[in-house]
Design a protein around this ligand. Sequence first.
Ligand code: ATP
Length: 247
Amino acid sequence: MIEVSGLTKRFRDRTAVLDLSFSIGRGEVVGLLGPNGAGKTTTLRLLTGYLPATSGTVRVAGFDVFEEPRQARRHIGYLPEVPPLYDAMTVRRQLRFAAELKGLGRALLPAEVDRVAGLTGVTEVLDRLTSNLSKGFRQRVGIAQALVGDPDVLVLDEPTVGLDPIQIREVRDLVRTLGGRHTVILSSHLLPEVAMTCSKVLVLNAGRLVDFDTLDGLIARHLPGRKVTLDDIAFLEEIFGKLVTPA
Ligand code: ATP
């Protein structure tokens, strides 16, 4: 569903992402993990075609995001680092606007707004102004926007950042339910989040892909012989430390 090959992005003399290649199959939920400045946001912007690459290709649902951006974007829902919410709009208007931008016909708009609001638990705030929402609800509205049009691929940049522990759990549960039907790639600094939500982990360090595997695969290779459960997040901290610290 997502195929990345030789992807590189330079900003003047700074290389943000260097020669990334990986593919993600339909219905997988992949966590993009890395320290500050590792290139997570840049990678997600490249995947959505929001930012042009210096070199390399990205195909989503078979379309090249740089050569065929309109077709590719029809298959992508994107929650950027800061959700694009217009404070003067109600949530309903906001979601309707997102659906219009996705090219949905007028007749389909009310049902689509109700559908994504139901999925993300924002039905009760549909007629409130987005400026009056709590951070948790703003984030849910951002995810609802990404879900408009039922895209195959969801790209979520730090979906739980700034939320309290209860909101984090709610958003995490929501993301988990989206896997299978949608292919999801999300970025996070939070190791537990990735362990609890994702079927695979892609680790970036200084713009390079340093590992990409299932949690079981990471444990087997980096902590051989160690008995760990997924409730024990210390194991991922240890693997992460091995991967992002220069030898
Ligand atoms: P964080 O976890 O702090 O959000 P990140 O892993 O998302 O970090 P990026 O924001 O992708 O990392 O940044 C990767 C590198 O590219 C950093 O060194 C950053 O300073 C640089 N960078 C990102 N965007 C730009 C830009 N528009 N112009 C110049 N440099 C940039």
